[in-house]
Design a protein around this ligand. Structure first.
Ligand SMILES: [Zn+2]
Length: 175
């Protein structure tokens, strides 16, 4: 069966201010998902995929729960978005994630071809979008994604540092 041609998105953003407020709203949603991950003892990272005004999919890190090294928030959200849209190509989609994607996820983003990637905190240790590699903007690859970084950066970073702090202190208590 050939790939389904997606209809045009239902909303066209008129100006940068509209885009910015939508970005913040969606990143708040992604932060809520990160919090859900945290409650399961997962590293708190959350992701949301939108198309026009529609939320296509959500995901949060489930690596421990699923014992799956690939169960990162944005990878799960991309898989779900493909199912929801009936298309592996995430044409015109915007991917929100609280943390800069790793090499695996950045690779998957290039394959999925969303229009934009919006992330909160930078990941200097493993980020593959600006930090260690620039996979999603590499001109040798057949798709390049527009990046917006630093949306709710402080909150997205704090939820991670709090999680690791708590994990360290609970380890000290239990032998
Ligand atoms: Zn990843």
């Amino acid at each position: 069966m050939p790939r389904r041609q997606l209809p045009p998105p239902d909303r066209v953003f008129q100006n940068q201010a509209e885009v910015e407020s939508f970005d913040i709203e969606m990143m708040r949603l992604a932060l809520g998902l990160a919090q859900e991950a945290s409650e399961l003892g997962e590293v708190p990272v959350g992701a949301v995929i939108t198309r026009g005004s529609q939320i296509v999919s959500r995901g949060y890190n489930l690596r421990e729960t699923l014992n799956d090294p690939t169960a990162h928030a944005e990878r799960i959200a991309m898989t779900r978005a493909g199912r929801t849209l009936g298309s592996w190509r995430l044409d015109d989609c915007w991917l929100y994630v609280t943390l800069e994607p790793c090499a695996m996820c950045a690779g998957a983003i290039v394959l999925a071809r969303p229009e934009r990637l919006i992330y909160g905190a930078i990941d200097p240790k493993a980020g593959a979008c600006v930090s260690l590699y620039q996979l999603v903007t590499d001109e040798r690859l057949n798709h390049r994604v527009r990046i917006t970084s630093g949306v709710l950066e402080k909150e997205c970073g704090e939820i991670l540092s709090l999680f690791f702090q708590e994990r360290r202190s609970s380890r000290k208590i239990s032998p």
